[in-house]
Write a protein that binds this ligand. Structure first.
Ligand SMILES: [Zn+2]
Length: 434
């Protein structure tokens, strides 16, 4: 079974920007019913018109009309007959089509830009990542590279016969999703970058809507819908990159906070005597467990921010660290144990606050999961008030560094499920002859 996209728990007066407006007129009611039917098929898999009517509470005539509109927009298709039971004739099942839809998700991070496109059912159409010094390049050159990456993905989707249904960009920082602005991304050195506006003005050949969101929140959503702990309603996601981001899912809802800034877990202060963080404060959690901390401990000559700093894809850095471990460099085991200990210390705060069932470790944490998890779990058990840490355990993500872009593509899919009318009707043969 597929797990549907979590809602967001916001406390602002306008509520979540993801929630649909209250039905007020016929077109709105129609749109919300189209969404209801499409989501049901997306969540529960192939089913017949009569099953749809039964489960949605809509009458059969309405369902038939909605189904035919969704077919005409290329979002669902009929498959072979489904036997509802021993009696009665078999009926045709409806399943997601969406082969004409490409949901695009990108991620700008400190040393790479990633792009993933999926179809409506979440099948991967494009998956690529390039090394890029976003930290050193500044917002202007980073935006140029991002625009190039999006343009290339749009062209590739076009070649696959799919048009982009939405373009969502994941950025490690505080995001105003309503205005599409990156308010502050400390590890990129960005402040008040109107990302969505800039993408709209860049002449990218698509009419798809653009959006920007926090990378770790998007990754948490990807974990909740399709990761190792998919469907776990109380889940904390932690990503180990240069920054440490997090997303908290509580009772199936992403906690976003009053301004959408919740989940800045990397900047919880854990060591008042520690070093300065990219955000300007002292002793943030990410200065203890981020990739920059690991690199500093194992290969200090190549630490981020030094003149020897070479821009490399995190995978390459990790391969080098693993090689050193295999060559018997004692610094690697010591550094990984240090990270595990501090991970457990910070996690104890989170477990005391949110009582999650699972903490999913993404980014580089997952690569060293076998070593990090036992150390972190021991420290968590030692510090957490609930016995055996409230039955919470760590799991290593299998989504790798693609989790945020995967989540970004998922948000683009969710937009189509929320408003199927955002996808144009397919051209018929007659249209083409006209
Ligand atoms: Zn910080």
């Amino acid at each position: 079974m597929k797990h549907s996209w979590p809602g967001t728990r916001a406390s602002g007066p306008t509520g979540s920007w993801r929630s649909a407006p209250a039905p007020s007129d016929q077109a709105t009611v129609r749109r919300s019913n189209l969404s209801l039917v499409l989501r049901h098929i997306s969540d529960h898999g192939p089913c017949s018109r009569s099953v749809l009517a039964m489960h949605t509470g809509l009458n059969k005539t309405t369902v038939t009309s909605l189904v035919s509109e969704l077919q005409s927009r290329g979002l669902i298709k009929e498959t072979g007959p489904q036997h509802a039971g021993a009696v009665g004739r078999p009926s045709l099942a409806l399943t997601l089509d969406g082969s004409k839809v490409g949901a695009l998700g990108l991620e700008v991070n400190v040393d790479y830009i990633a792009a993933i496109a999926t179809d409506l059912a979440g099948r991967i159409l494009i998956d690529r990542r390039i090394s890029f010094d976003a930290m050193g390049s500044g917002p202007e050159r980073s935006l140029d590279e991002l625009v190039r990456m999006i343009g290339r993905a749009v062209t590739d989707l076009d070649r696959l016969g799919a048009s982009p249904a939405g373009v969502t960009v994941a950025v490690p920082g505080l995001i105003n999703t309503a205005t599409g602005t990156v308010v502050f991304a400390p590890n990129l050195g960005w402040r008040d970058v109107p990302l969505v506006e800039r993408l709209r003005e860049a002449g990218i050949p698509t009419t798809a809507p653009f959006a920007v969101d926090n990378d770790a929140n998007l990754a948490a959503m990807a974990e909740y819908t399709s990761g190792v702990a998919a469907g776990t309603g109380d889940l904390v996601y932690l990503t180990g990159e240069v920054g440490v981001g997090g997303g908290i899912i509580s009772n199936g809802q992403l906690i976003s906070g009053a301004d959408g800034f919740a989940g800045e877990l990397g900047h919880i202060r854990v060591d008042p005597d520690g070093v300065r963080c990219g955000c300007g404060r002292i002793g943030c959690w990410e200065t203890k467990v981020g990739l920059a901390a690991l690199v500093r401990m194992v290969t200090p000559e190549r630490a981020y921010g030094t003149h020897q700093h070479i821009v490399r894809d995190p995978e390459e850095r990790l391969a080098e660290i693993e090689q050193r471990r295999d060559d018997g460099d004692p610094r690697v085991d010591a550094a990984v144990a240090e990270v595990g200990t501090w991970l457990g210390r910070g996690a104890a705060l989170l477990v005391n606050l949110f009582n999650p069932r699972v903490i999913v470790l993404g980014g580089y944490f997952a690569r060293f999961g076998d070593q990090i998890i036992p150390v972190a779990e021991a420290e968590l058990n030692r510090l957490c008030i609930a016995e055996t840490a409230g039955r919470c355990h760590f799991m290593a993500s299998d989504l790798g560094f693609g989790a945020a872009s995967r989540g970004a593509a998922g948000l683009s899919v969710d937009r189509v499920l929320s408003d199927p009318t955002s996808i144009a009707h397919l051209h018929t043969k007659e249209d083409e002859l006209r």
